[in-house]
Write a protein that binds this ligand. Sequence first.
Ligand SMILES: *[C@@H]1O[C@H](CO)[C@@H](O)[C@H](O)[C@H]1NC(C)=O
Ligand SMILES: *[C@@H]1O[C@H](CO)[C@@H](O)[C@H](O)[C@H]1NC(C)=O
Ligand SMILES: *[C@@H]1O[C@H](CO)[C@@H](O)[C@H](O)[C@H]1NC(C)=O
Ligand SMILES: *[C@@H]1O[C@H](CO)[C@@H](O)[C@H](O)[C@H]1NC(C)=O
Ligand SMILES: *[C@@H]1O[C@H](CO)[C@@H](O)[C@H](O)[C@H]1NC(C)=O
Ligand SMILES: *[C@@H]1O[C@H](CO)[C@@H](O)[C@H](O)[C@H]1NC(C)=O
Ligand SMILES: *[C@@H]1O[C@H](CO)[C@@H](O)[C@H](O)[C@H]1NC(C)=O
Ligand SMILES: *[C@@H]1O[C@H](CO)[C@@H](O)[C@H](O)[C@H]1NC(C)=O
Ligand SMILES: *[C@@H]1O[C@H](CO)[C@@H](O)[C@H](O)[C@H]1NC(C)=O
Ligand SMILES: *[C@@H]1O[C@H](CO)[C@@H](O)[C@H](O)[C@H]1NC(C)=O
Ligand SMILES: *[C@@H]1O[C@H](CO)[C@@H](O)[C@H](O)[C@H]1NC(C)=O
Ligand SMILES: CC(=O)N[C@H]1CO[C@H](CO)[C@@H](O)[C@@H]1O
Length: 414
Amino acid sequence: MYQYATFVLFLTLGIAFQLSHGTVVNVRDKDNQLCLFANLTVNFSVSYEVADNKSAAVEFELPAKVTADESTCDATSSTLKLNFGEGHSWSVNFTINGKMYQADTILFSYNLSDTTVFPNSVLNETKTVAVKPHITDVGVDTCYSCKSKDTIEADAVNQTLWNVLIQAFVSNNSTSENITSCAADVPITPTPTTHATSTTTAAPVTNSTTTAPPPTTTPTPTLPTPTTGKYSIRHDENSTACLIANIGLRIGFKQEEMNFEPNGTKVSGSCGVNSSELILTSNTMTIMLTFTNDTKKFRLHALNITGKTSFGVLFSEANTNLSLWEAAVGTSYMCNKEQNYTITSPLTLYTFNLQVQPFGVKNGVFSTAHECSLDDTSILIPIIVGAALAGLILIVVIAYVIGRRKTYVGYQTL
Ligand SMILES: *[C@@H]1O[C@H](CO)[C@@H](O)[C@H](O)[C@H]1NC(C)=O
Ligand SMILES: *[C@@H]1O[C@H](CO)[C@@H](O)[C@H](O)[C@H]1NC(C)=O
Ligand SMILES: *[C@@H]1O[C@H](CO)[C@@H](O)[C@H](O)[C@H]1NC(C)=O
Ligand SMILES: *[C@@H]1O[C@H](CO)[C@@H](O)[C@H](O)[C@H]1NC(C)=O
Ligand SMILES: *[C@@H]1O[C@H](CO)[C@@H](O)[C@H](O)[C@H]1NC(C)=O
Ligand SMILES: *[C@@H]1O[C@H](CO)[C@@H](O)[C@H](O)[C@H]1NC(C)=O
Ligand SMILES: *[C@@H]1O[C@H](CO)[C@@H](O)[C@H](O)[C@H]1NC(C)=O
Ligand SMILES: *[C@@H]1O[C@H](CO)[C@@H](O)[C@H](O)[C@H]1NC(C)=O
Ligand SMILES: *[C@@H]1O[C@H](CO)[C@@H](O)[C@H](O)[C@H]1NC(C)=O
Ligand SMILES: *[C@@H]1O[C@H](CO)[C@@H](O)[C@H](O)[C@H]1NC(C)=O
Ligand SMILES: *[C@@H]1O[C@H](CO)[C@@H](O)[C@H](O)[C@H]1NC(C)=O
Ligand SMILES: CC(=O)N[C@H]1CO[C@H](CO)[C@@H](O)[C@@H]1O
């Protein structure tokens, strides 16, 4: 019986989620040009009077099915008016001011005589609330985007706007690819605690979709050191490895950092005379490393990384003009310390416990290692200290010899 109840509950939740597809509206002007676009989700929470001076509260969502024919577009002001259900409406008006536009007022009218939405309401009139939205300073020719929830409270009505994408004053009959994001969306640290209720007021930040949002604040919520993966490629099933790599990897993409998980990673690639390739495919990322051999030395020449951030953003970044991890052909390159390399402006590669040999592998094991300069300093320090000590001893010896000669000379004159 309980199991059945749980099943029904899940079914209901499933339907509730399916409803959350947002409302999409295209408003066209008299010339049939797109002038206002909106794709948004609005949740309403309304309290109303029922019998015995009691109040009831209902929650519902702006439906996907709305009519927008009362919407208007002018050169400097426009109104999105959405009618839905039994005499309900939601509207917002926009004004342009120089290079910016803003939303002025949201009017929400609800018809209390709609008994399917407001059962047992003692009133049967239509009520209207006016609230001020937080959509300001949106760049002209940009879409305003706010995925975060923003709750606006009025007397008996709370409205929560989320997954909002709106462009007023559309030009050229199509929405802009440039985005003005609300402040709540700009990631500061990639650790969402309870992002479901981020009701911060949204002072927007204008930027294009292709460039990163401005705050380059501390992107390090201290990830653990990534696991070192041991990868190898062989020519065929009967031969020993022709390319071997031990490496712990971390990717920094914009504000986010992700460790590469070797467990479950598929390894593929090829060994050539002048070029070898290692392809690592985990369930979140594909990393393609291309090494070249220029007769004496090898180097990491190209890197192509595609994947998905925890925010679901797909990325594909490649640099085919690198000169990293250089060492003599027939040796391996080694760097145990953490290293970081800027591969493209949004993408940084971090390596840990690195040792690679892409050419001339014998018996499936690493040949002599060329250590990276960072590791070299740990060897350099004892050398410097040793040299300094040797110098000191030399000075003492010279001083002693000079001292001896002085006393000898002095003795002779006597
Ligand atoms: C604007 O685009 C729509 C389709 O996207 C098209 O039907 C309409 O004719 C276009 N209007 C003009 C004036 O080009
Ligand atoms: C609106 O939100 C406030 C604060 O969360 C809450 O106290 C109030 O009861 C809500 N009103 C409605 C109608 O849901
Ligand atoms: C926006 O709508 C509100 C409510 O209808 C109205 O008071 C206000 O004057 C309108 N603003 C503009 C600029 O039209
Ligand atoms: C609304 O309620 C009033 C009384 O409160 C009643 O006179 C009127 O007929 C009702 N109208 C409708 C459309 O139900
Ligand atoms: C509207 O937004 C939702 C969520 O942000 C998205 O899944 C959907 O594809 C969008 N629809 C259109 C027509 O842009
Ligand atoms: C986006 O903005 C940039 C700079 O503001 C501009 O050069 C570019 O044309 C815009 N792109 C679109 C599609 O509007
Ligand atoms: C590997 O060796 C087995 C047995 O020696 C042989 O049957 C097979 O054809 C070889 N495979 C390749 C790809 O050389
Ligand atoms: C790798 O993942 C599998 C299943 O996801 C797990 O059973 C196994 O313990 C993992 N191995 C390591 C070394 O973490
Ligand atoms: C990187 O890999 C992706 C996916 O395999 C591919 O579409 C893209 O063209 C590659 N980029 C370069 C520069 O090779
Ligand atoms: C990258 O490494 C340098 C030292 O090589 C270090 O100063 C810098 O802080 C590192 N950057 C990051 C983002 O870890
Ligand atoms: C590196 O390249 C040179 C010249 O193409 C070639 O002779 C040599 O065999 C290559 N070394 C390896 C280990 O493949
Ligand atoms: C159009 C716009 O405002 N672009 C800005 C995006 O952010 C970068 C810095 O992250 C600025 O340099 C651009 O001017």
